[in-house]
Design a protein around this ligand. Structure first.
Ligand code: MRU
Length: 369
């Protein structure tokens, strides 16, 4: 994607050939800042504090974290330490575990002297693969949007609704849920996006709105509770979201509040699509509600809100009375029965074990938990 005419990914190898540069997402939409990460602990910190976030991107960042660790010490001890340190930064998005297992599995059989270069090469390949996957998700989702467009009066806008940020900032490029929207917009299909603000961290208001605006896609930011009302009044043609972990049975874990949107969509016969790359599928799990670990974050994200003041400084202000308890559950699970279809890089399928296996037949033998 381009920022002020310059193409960017969200993560790339720095010009020193060792460090990793990332877009600091805690500063958006108010400032576009590139942060340089020079060590594995810095990568772990960037994932924990959500300088980088979004399931595919934290997988890619984790892979570069291992590479930085190997540049410092390519021994077995450091390999395991880097894997463990990076893995515990965020528990819900399975892409992180997928990437760390993948890189460690490839490095382990190599002599230590060969590990550094192999780790950087694999991290770069994971990034390139993510871009190709997201582009394919865009192509596949575009078919659904074309179908909706064909049922509209000529020139009438398609109304999409999305939650959180599953755009290019959440991946290496393109995004998952937003990729079909970018493709539709680029091919001239009139489309408007209702953007859930996505409390408590407001990834919709700050990141999705930033992305769509920079790409010229018409959009409107709404409070999280508005979607049901819009759906009751025929103002949403389809919902589309990303996911941090999807079980083999098609249960979808995504940013807190996704489940309520899926319930409203179901009640109003609005299609509810989930876009995902294959590393987001956890083939070992079948019951998403009971088995997926839900991240609980600092209550300060709920009790406070951050923004830019009239004088241009970024500030955080308190929202709740002193002494009130706060709870910060970061994700929820939408049962497969509420999901109209899954959109993957291999195609579109029902949210079910049979549906997923029809696209990924090689997973038939994977052990269930
Ligand atoms: O807590 P975040 O901002 O990392 O959560 C991100 C989401 O919930 C996204 O919807 C998800 O990672 C899908 S990303 C393409």
């Amino acid at each position: 994607m381009k920022i002020d005419g310059k193409p960017y990914r969200t993560i790339w190898l720095a010009d020193d050939g060792r460090s990793v540069d990332v877009i600091d997402q805690t500063q958006l939409p108010h400032a576009f800042v590139v942060r340089r990460l020079t060590s594995m602990p810095q990568v772990a910190d960037a994932i924990r504090t959500m300088v980088v976030r979004g399931a595919p991107l934290i997988g890619a960042a984790g892979a570069y974290g291992v590479a930085l660790a190997m540049a410092e010490d390519p021994g077995d001890g450091m390999l395991d330490h880097a894997h463990a340190t990076l893995l515990q930064t965020r528990p819900t998005a399975v892409n992180l575990r997928w990437a760390l297992d993948d890189v460690r599995g490839r490095l382990r059989p190599l002599p230590p002297g060969a590990r550094r270069d192999a780790a950087y090469a694999r991290a770069a390949a994971i990034c390139d693969e993510d871009v190709a996957i997201c582009r394919a998700i865009g192509d596949n989702g575009l078919r659904l949007i074309r179908d909706i467009a064909a049922r509209k009066q000529s020139g009438e806008r398609i109304q999409a609704l999305t939650h959180c940020n599953a755009g290019w900032l959440a991946t290496v490029d393109w995004g998952t849920a937003l990729a079909p929207i970018y493709r539709a917009h680029d091919e001239g299909i009139p489309i408007h996006v209702w953007v859930d603000e996505t409390r408590p961290r407001n990834q919709g208001a700050s990141l999705t709105a930033f992305e769509l605006g920079r790409h010229g896609v018409p959009h409107t930011v709404i409070a999280d509770n508005v979607g049901g009302h819009l759906m009751q009044h025929g103002m949403v043609d389809f919902c589309i979201v990303g996911t941090d972990r999807t079980t083999r049975g098609g249960d979808v874990c995504n940013k807190i509040g996704t489940y309520l949107k899926a319930l409203a969509a179901h009640d109003n016969n609005v299609p509810f699509y989930v876009a995902l790359p294959y590393p987001t599928i956890d083939w070992t799990l079948s019951d998403g509600v009971r088995e997926i670990p839900i991240e609980r974050r600092d209550g300060r994200e709920v009790s406070h809100i951050a923004g830019r003041t009239a004088s241009g400084t970024l500030e955080e202000v308190l929202l709740v009375p002193d002494g009130s308890n706060v709870a910060n559950y970061a994700f929820d699970v939408t049962p497969a029965r509420l999901v109209t279809a899954l959109i993957t890089e291999r195609g579109i399928c029902p949210a079910s074990e049979a549906g997923l296996l029809s696209l990924y037949p090689e997973q038939r033998e994977v052990r269930r938990a």
